[in-house]
Design a protein around this ligand. Structure first.
Ligand SMILES: *Cc1c(COP(=O)(O)O)cnc(C)c1O
Length: 223
């Protein structure tokens, strides 16, 4: 389980080539990330801004970083200059702040709308209706510095595969619904980020285009 390079190789065999693998390196040291990097991995995800900022300065600049955890408005400025995608956009207000900071720096930031699909109370996200309301708003239409590339969701933490499958199916249906309503001619809107170490095969079966894998690559964590 400690051999990061072979974990990545095994995973690549089990994930279809058109599904992207985000290596979730939260809590793991720079040395572990370098092992994955040397095995060819270039796409990494972190969920905490402070930790991401500390690590990325010690790592190669051709790594693509995805933010996958809740982002506070006051930390947007520190990630906008380099982040390649913010997967965890969970409110209209946050989207506005990202847009405004991106406009200041002259970047366009790729974003996923995090959709609330779990039964747990603690997960952040839009409902599908709230996401539609945001996309339908004048405010959103005025945003020139964010590009909405799809949706992201986290299933309930449970062994009940039927439940998890149902939640992933709901996310895929929400993606299709939003695509038909707002993005029919927009090639950028194409990602369904769902699936983690314990449920990625189910997620791929339900149409995931991007899996976020931590412990299967780097070993288990305490958080
Ligand atoms: C930690 C985390 C993951 C990866 O979890 P594993 O079970 O270790 O694969 C994926 N997505 C998000 C949002 C996470 O916070």
């Amino acid at each position: 389980m400690d051999d990061i390079a072979s974990n990545i190789r095994n995973l690549r065999h089990r994930v279809p080539p058109d599904v992207k693998i985000v290596a979730v390196s939260k809590t793991k040291p720079v040395s572990a990330i370098m092992e994955a990097y040397n095995a060819g991995q270039r796409l990494f995800g972190e969920n905490r801004v402070q930790e991401l900022l500390q690590k990325k300065d010690q790592l190669p600049s051709d790594i693509s970083w995805h933010l996958i955890g809740h982002l506070q408005s006051n930390k947007v400025r520190s990630v906008v200059p380099f982040i390649s995608m913010i997967q965890s956009v969970d409110s209209r207000k946050l989207l506005r702040v990202i847009n405004d900071e991106a406009a200041r720096t002259g970047r366009i930031i790729d974003c996923l709308l995090q959709i609330y699909i779990a039964e747990e109370e603690t997960k952040y996200g839009f409902t599908a209706d709230e996401a539609a309301g945001t996309l339908d708003s004048e405010e959103f239409r005025s945003m020139r510095s964010v590009r909405i590339c799809g949706v992201m969701g986290m299933a309930t933490f449970t062994d009940d595969e039927v439940q998890v499958r149902k939640e992933f199916r709901f996310l895929a249906d929400s993606f299709k619904w939003l695509k038909d309503r707002f993005f029919t001619d927009d090639e950028s809107f194409r990602e369904i980020s769902m699936g983690m170490s314990g449920d990625y095969t189910t997620a791929i079966g339900e149409g995931s285009t991007m899996v976020r894998i931590g412990s299967l690559i780097f070993g288990s964590r305490s958080r």
